[in-house]
Design a protein around this ligand. Structure first.
Ligand code: PTJ
Length: 264
């Protein structure tokens, strides 16, 4: 599909096409398009942009990744397809590892997603995100990111079935886990394990958003791309007293403002 460069909703349409293509290729859950559509609706309401409060949450989440002992970025189907390359860059810059961890788990999907991440890693390794990083250094940084998910050998307590599976060296032992587009139960279970859970979810009212330690109410590719830019400057402050509720209220008031403008 060709989308004109000046189309006002070009990014959104390109993302939608990526999801459609990945669905046809078998990488995504059956309900992935529904989840994406729900995200699009919220994105429309916040004006398809990164709000100031989302930026503050990105900065906070980034600092927590930088300060963590063993940070892991968990990728599911939708986030791998939409923001896999950005997530690999972020992992390299924050010394995080990645775990491909999906809710609707099948061997075929895991195989396809792990292969896709490997392909994306081979692409990302060629181009440092800043001219200040030498290509050799960047290669080492990207190569040091471990990709887990192939052999899950641990279970998240309190969950049943395949969605509880994770890697003992990945999510299971992580102190900080970033989980874009997470399921509410799993977010809650990870918090109950004592982990800091950083989520990216366009819906400020989802259980995931409400349970997380830090919620970034932003589109996943936009959010991680912005965090990569921020990460090039290193951690920006010591860990703060973070009030996640305020962030959710800010996101809701952005939506309310959009609705009021419509009523004028
Ligand atoms: O790959 P799997 O098997 O792990 O399955 C992934 C999905 C996303 C299908 C699964 O986790 C699911 O069904 O998710 P939910 O419960 O529909 O929740 C998805 C949440 O992500 C919703 O709150 C959406 O608003 C939000 N969302 C959707 N697309 C985006 C998004 N948030 C940020 N960026 C997006 N692009």
């Amino acid at each position: 599909m060709t989308i004109p460069d000046d189309h006002p909703r070009r990014d959104s349409l390109l993302s939608r096409q990526r999801i459609v293509d990945a669905q046809a290729a078998g990488l995504l859950a059956d309900s992935a398009l529904i989840a994406h559509g729900r995200g699009e609706a919220f994105d429309y309401l916040i004006g398809e942009r990164t709000t100031d409060s989302a930026k503050a949450a990105q900065r906070e989440a980034l600092n927590r990744l930088f300060h963590a002992k063993s940070p892991v970025i968990s990728l599911n189907g939708n986030s791998t397809v939409l923001a896999g390359e950005e997530a690999i860059c972020l992992a390299a810059l924050t010394k995080s590892n990645i775990e491909v961890n999906i809710f609707y788990r099948t061997d075929d999907r895991m195989r396809l997603l792990l292969a896709d991440i490997q392909k994306k890693r081979n692409k990302v390794i060629e181009t440092p995100p800043s001219p200040k990083i030498a290509i050799k250094t960047w290669r080492e940084m990207v190569e040091s990111v471990r990709i887990y998910g192939e052999n899950p050998d641990a279970e998240i307590p309190g969950l049943h079935g395949p969605r509880a599976s994770c890697s003992s060296l990945g999510i299971f032992q992580a102190d900080v886990v970033m989980v874009p587009l997470e399921d509410g139960d799993r977010c809650e279970a990870l918090v109950a394990m004592g982990k800091q859970v950083l989520v990216i979810d366009l819906n400020p009212l989802s259980r995931t958003s409400m349970r997380a330690s830090v919620t970034i109410v932003d589109e996943v590719s936009r959010a991680i791309r912005q965090m990569v830019r921020m990460a090039l400057h290193g951690p920006s402050h010591d860990l703060s007293d973070w009030n996640n509720r305020t962030i959710l209220e800010d996101a809701l008031s952005e939506i309310a403002t959009a609705v009021k403008q419509l009523q004028r």
